[in-house]
Design a protein around this ligand. Structure first.
Ligand SMILES: C[S@@+](CC[C@H](N)C(=O)[O-])C[C@H]1O[C@@H](n2cnc3c(N)ncnc32)[C@H](O)[C@@H]1O
Length: 208
């Protein structure tokens, strides 16, 4: 009964959410698309001609935003555990980004030229055990950071979602040691009750 009430309340909130409505009206795959749009506008992250890697891409809102911005001269490589309906101009690789074969497929697709921007909106399946979910969120962010450090062009940029909590400060310190400028952002489209924040890191300074 209580569960039923909760899911009704969730549905009510979902259909009344302005970003859900906007996404439906504008043909965006997710309300998350507006988080990237707001972050990218504020910190000037997307430009025509860029090579972008979008980690945790399904259902494809960020890929839509990145693909439009990169345009015909750029390219977007998207990865997710789940299937994703094709997005025009975006190459999709399905699999667990923590697996070597998936990393190899991404590397083969981007070739040797390097990446201008690595995006990660990866999030764990919520188990309900806060400490477990927190550790998984930080683990996914570290996986994305490792990829960014090894594949970004010098001066390349990195945007990653992570839950605030245990391991957050250490992750930020690690990112600060590798990028010139690091900002913690909470875009308006991110629900205030969610512990998620976005770390925007500009200007890769170290290549391992
Ligand atoms: C919040 S959703 C991303 C929404 C997306 N940015 C959009 O705008 O539509 C998080 C995604 O991360 C994916 N994910 C989580 N762990 C992953 C992993 N190890 N490898 C690849 N994708 C993963 C999930 O399957 C999920 O689709």
């Amino acid at each position: 009964m209580a569960r039923n009430k909760t899911s009704k309340a969730w549905m009510q909130e979902h259909v009344n959410d302005p970003y859900v409505r906007k996404a439906q009206a504008e043909g965006m795959r997710s309300r998350a698309a507006y988080k990237l749009q707001q972050l990218a506008e504020r910190d000037k992250l997307l430009k025509p001609g860029m090579t972008v890697v979008d980690l945790g891409a399904a259902p494809g809102g960020w890929s839509q935003v990145a693909g439009r911005a990169a345009g015909a001269t750029g390219r977007v490589v998207a990865v997710d555990l789940l299937e994703m309906t094709p997005v025009a101009g975006v190459t999709f690789i399905q699999g667990d980004f923590g697996e070597d074969a998936v990393l190899a497929a991404v590397e083969q697709t981007i070739g040797g030229d390097g990446v201008d921007l690595v995006l990660s909106d990866m999030a764990p399946n919520i188990s309900g055990v806060a400490s477990v979910d927190q550790a998984r969120s930080v683990g996914l962010a570290e996986l994305a950071l490792d990829f960014a450090v090894n594949h970004l062009k010098p001066q390349g940029n990195f945007l990653v979602k992570v839950f605030q909590g245990s391991g957050f400060e250490a992750l930020v310190a690690d990112i600060r040691s590798k990028f010139v400028q690091v900002m913690i952002r909470k875009p308006e489209a991110s629900r205030s009750r969610s512990s998620e924040v976005y770390i925007v890191a500009k200007g890769l300074k170290v290549r391992r």
